[in-house]
Structure formats: structure tokens, C-alpha cells
Design a protein around this ligand. Structure first.
Ligand SMILES: [Zn+2]
Length: 210
């Protein structure tokens, strides 16, 4: 598509998906700018991921590098398999456990109430605690699998579900259980530029030096 657009517009065109743009924005001048290698995650309506090395998106041969949301949730616990069907055709994808709608579904299973996931962080701790314990354990397992594969300096979270402040303490405390060697200095940080990071990252596809 990039080549077709480039031909039609008679100019160079650069394109990347929203998660890659998000990761690039945060790795370039956002919360992950100190990291040479960065994994950016959007925990929103869906779950997307993007890999950035030395301020460059790692696209991969097939253009799917970082699409960790459609790997199965690792170290599955009893009751997590086969998991919910995913739009991608598989079941039990990380996205089906960690997206905003997935958090709302976990909340409904535990608390018996339907609620928009955006409202959950504003509820009292005693209500959210059992739900967050389940969610953060899943997030820690899913991110440990990224650390074992890519071992980034920084993992940065964006999207609606990233606005739960406790993740940044609880998830790194948990993930060492599954990180090979049990030692892990990887930083987990919240996006600096919030919802603007996608658009900002698209602009950063044209670095100031080029
Ligand atoms: Zn999927």
C-alpha cells in the first residue's frame, strides 16, 4: 500500500501501524527515551505492540514484529484455556485477556456488574483489587515472554488500561517469576504523550536528521 500511495502522490510516503507509531514516539522523546531498545504496548480496545531499536521501528520481514497481542497468553492457568475466540481466528490471544473489554469482562465475572473499562480505575480499591490481581498477573506473564525474547531496556504502556497506576509497581514485582534467570532490570513506564503518541510517532517516521 505504501508503494501504491507513493506512486499516486508522486512522493515518498512512510507508513506504520498505530502501535509502532506509539512505540516510536515514546522511544524518541517520551517516557522510554532513555532506552536503546523499547517495547511499546497499547492496552486499549485491542492490544498492540511495537518494537523500536535505536529510535527505529523494527518492522520485520512480514511486517508483524511486535504483534504480541495475538500470541497465546503464556504460562496459562487453569481456566485460561482455550480462552475467548479472537477476531484474528485464534482463541486465547493475549489481547482477549488484556484489552479494555477483557478487563471489563474480568470485572463482570468477579463483581457481577457490567461496566466500561474506563470507569474501573476510578472505583474504590476494595472493589477493584481482586480484578486487578488477576489482570496484573496476566500482564506480567505476557510481558515476561517479551523480555525473554527481546529483552528491551524499557517497556512503555499506553491506551486506556495503562492508566491504572499500580501496574508500574506490581507488574515488575511479578514478572521476575517468569523471566529466565529470575533477574530483571527492565523498566515499565507509562506513556508520556498519551493518546497523542500515535500521531506524534507518525511524524517521527521522518526524523529530524533525514
Ligand atoms: Zn488474536
Amino acid at each position: 500500500m505504501q508503494d501504491n500511495l507513493s506512486q499516486a502522490l508522486e512522493r515518498d510516503v512512510r507508513m506504520a501501524n498505530d502501535a509502532n507509531c506509539f512505540a516510536l514516539s515514546e522511544a524518541t522523546d517520551g517516557a522510554a527515551q532513555e532506552g536503546q531498545s523499547v517495547f511499546g504496548v497499547i492496552l486499549g480496545t485491542g492490544v498492540g505492540g511495537g518494537l523500536v531499536v535505536e529510535k527505529q521501528i523494527l518492522n520485520g520481514l512480514n511486517g508483524v514484529a511486535g504483534e504480541w497481542g495475538h500470541n497465546p497468553l503464556p504460562w496459562a492457568l487453569e481456566g485460561e484455556r482455550p480462552g475467548q475466540p479472537c477476531y484474528c481466528g485464534q482463541s486465547g490471544c493475549i489481547e482477549t485477556f488484556l484489552s479494555g473489554p477483557a478487563l471489563a469482562r474480568t470485572f463482570e465475572n468477579i463483581c457481577g456488574t457490567k461496566i466500561d473499562s474506563k470507569e474501573i480505575p476510578n472505583l474504590p480499591d476494595d472493589i477493584t483489587d481482586p480484578v486487578f490481581l488477576i489482570y496484573e498477573n496476566r500482564l506480567a506473564r505476557a510481558l515476561a515472554s517479551v523480555i525473554n525474547l527481546f529483552d528491551p531496556d524499557v517497556i512503555v504502556l499506553g491506551g486506556g488500561v495503562s492508566n491504572v497506576d499500580r501496574w508500574y509497581q506490581t507488574v515488575p514485582d511479578l514478572w521476575t517469576r517468569w523471566v529466565f534467570g529470575k533477574e530483571c532490570d527492565t523498566k515499565l513506564v507509562k506513556a508520556k504523550h498519551g493518546d497523542s503518541s500515535g500521531v506524534r510517532g507518525a511524524a517521527w517516521l521522518w526524523p529530524a536528521t533525514s
